[in-house]
Structure formats: structure tokens, C-alpha cells
Write a protein that binds this ligand. Structure first.
Ligand SMILES: [Mn+2]
Length: 325
């Protein structure tokens, strides 16, 4: 498996930019998942604590109530209600093409734009790019940055980071759980984060829409014995207006990949009117390179987690079936 990129040069630049910044906006993606919330809160709190700048945390959706128990007294400002031209630095954390793209359009010309993400297919342009699909979570990248700066961060920041890591590794059950992630998590626990409280909160608070979506996706799953592939699709109707985030879809794929006899799982979903996105997941023991499948469809990623985007529509057919038109 290829190595994660080390961002020492970018971290140096980021630290330099933050040291001279006056007004910093940190942005989480719309319908934020624990990694988006965790990375935004961790970085926002870190900048507040260790740099001189004013910090605003923003998101087009409110801070999720479900995370209040582990990250209390935190709110997100809606960027539509902010004067974006006042910021000299804006930073998008996680899935930066779902909200941060809109923020970038409204900032002043001299504003420095920074994208920190672990999705491999980001095409959004920014002044500083700290993006690598081999990281399990945006919070994993931020941990490396915080350690790089040698600043001693507290329990609040450690908790936010661990929430993101636990969210995106499915509580250490997905194939992206590396030795590094576990070492990092141990350090975050030493700094005061409560692993049991985070896991209990995240698993108790799955939103009902998410569970319904999982139900529909699992109900449509077909298993192909001959190659060990489990395939499912989520149509526009399945979403029923639920603002899906790509993390929820990859969670379904990750779940399917852990089922005995499944070597790889593919979940396709209707991302917008004429775009279908696919999420591929495998476990190490399946001995299959899903990025090869993604590449044939113009996508990318790595051996155990890849994705692609193709034009078209997924339509439901009789008996819980579906086809792409
Ligand atoms: Mn993430």
C-alpha cells in the first residue's frame, strides 16, 4: 500500500499564515458528520488558543445536537449570515466541496484559502492544499499538524479529534484503522479524551434518516458469489429528501465489506440530477484492489477505499432492483 503524504512543507506554511492572520473562518461541510465537526472544532479551538486571530466556525447547517454531549457549548455560524469579505484566512475541513466551495466564492481577493481533506477526488482549487485520500480522517491530518507545531493541546481539542477518528473509522472497525490511528488515539486518550463516551454518543445518536437510508441500501444489496462482490444502490427516491453525505454512503460500503464471504463492496448513489457517485470498500483479507475498479470508471483512491463519479441516473425497477440509465 502506498504511503501517506507527509505535509511538513504545508504545515510550515499553515503555521506561518495563522501567525499573521487576523480573522479566520473554519468551515465544516453541510450536514456535518463527526469528522467534519471534530476537525472544525479542533482546528478552530487550536487557532483560538495558540494564535492571535479571531476565529469563527461556520457551516451551512447548524451544529448537530447529537454531538452536544461530547463537544458542549459549541455553535456554528451560517456563512450566509457572515460578511465573508472580513476574513483574511478561510479554511475548509473535510469534504471541502460541500460548502467550502460556496464560501470561497464570497471571500475577498486577498483572502488565503486553505483546504484540509482526506477525500481523494477533490478538484476545488485553494491557495494551500493539504489533501490525501490515504488518511482515515481529516482529524488524522490535523493531529499531525498539531504535533508538528509542538503546542500542547488540551482535552477539548483531543476529544474533537478522537470523535472525528472514531466517526470515520466506524469505531476502529473499518479497514482504514491503521497502527498509526491507534497510536494517535491512545495519545488523545492520554490528553483526556474519553473513548467510551465518544463511542457511546456516536452509536446512540445515529439519526433516524441515516438508519432508514442504511435499511433501504442494505435491502437492495446483491451478493455475487463468484467474485465476492456485494453491490447496492441508493436512488433519488431512497434519499427522500435526506441530505446525504458521502460519509454515510461509504459507511454502508464499509459495513457490507465486513460481512463474511464479501471481498469488496460497491455502493452507488445519486449525488445530483445527472451524477452518480460510487463508493468501493474492501477489507485486507479480501485481497482485492478496489482502486483498480475505480480507475476503470475514471475514479481513484487506494486499495481498500476508492470512489468514482459517472454521469447518469439510478432508477428503481421491480423487486427492489435498480439500473443505471
Ligand atoms: Mn471525513
Amino acid at each position: 500500500m502506498s504511503e501517506k503524504r507527509q505535509f511538513l512543507k504545508e504545515f510550515n506554511t499553515l503555521d506561518y499564515i495563522l501567525r499573521s492572520a487576523s480573522n479566520v473562518l473554519v468551515v465544516a461541510h453541510s450536514n456535518p458528520d463527526p469528522d467534519a465537526v471534530g476537525s472544525t472544532v479542533a482546528l478552530g479551538s487550536f487557532v483560538k488558543k495558540f494564535y492571535k486571530a479571531n476565529v469563527v466556525m461556520g457551516c451551512y447547517d447548524p451544529f448537530p445536537d447529537t454531538l452536544n454531549d461530547i463537544i458542549p457549548n459549541t455553535t456554528f455560524d451560517n456563512p450566509d449570515e457572515l460578511d465573508l469579505t472580513l476574513f483574511d484566512v478561510v479554511i475548509g475541513c473535510d469534504s471541502v466541496e460541500r460548502g467550502f466551495d460556496r464560501v470561497i466564492e464570497g471571500v475577498s481577493e486577498n483572502c488565503v484559502t486553505i483546504a484540509i481533506d482526506h477525500h481523494h477526488d477533490i478538484t476545488l482549487q485553494s491557495d494551500v492544499r493539504i489533501i490525501d485520500g490515504l488518511y482515515a480522517a481529516t482529524c488524522e491530518i490535523l493531529y499531525d499538524f498539531f504535533i508538528f507545531t509542538h503546542k500542547q493541546f488540551d482535552k477539548k481539542i483531543a476529544t474533537a479529534l478522537l470523535a472525528g477518528i472514531i466517526g470515520d473509522t466506524g469505531a476502529f472497525q473499518h479497514a482504514n484503522t491503521s497502527a498509526e490511528i491507534l497510536t494517535m488515539s491512545a495519545d488523545l486518550i492520554k490528553r483526556g479524551a474519553s473513548i467510551t463516551k465518544i463511542i457511546a454518543t456516536l452509536s446512540a445518536n445515529q439519526e433516524i434518516e441515516t438508519l432508514n437510508l442504511w435499511g433501504r441500501a442494505l435491502g437492495r444489496t446483491k451478493f455475487y458469489k463468484e467474485n465476492g462482490l456485494a453491490v447496492s444502490a441508493i436512488t433519488r427516491e431512497d434519499l427522500q429528501g435526506h441530505l446525504v453525505n458521502s460519509g454515510e454512503i461509504s459507511n454502508v460500503a464499509s459495513m457490507l465489506a465486513t460481512v463474511p464471504l464479501v471481498r469488496a463492496a460497491l455502493v452507488v448513489y445519486q449525488a445530483d440530477d445527472n451524477t452518480i457517485k460510487g463508493s468501493l470498500r474492501a477489507e485486507k483479507h479480501g485481497n482485492i484492489d478496489v482502486s483498480a475498479i475505480a480507475h476503470t470508471l475514471g475514479g481513484g483512491g487506494h486499495k481498500l477505499a476508492s470512489g468514482f463519479s459517472i454521469p447518469g441516473q439510478i432508477v428503481g425497477v421491480d423487486d427492489n432492483g435498480w439500473k443505471i440509465v
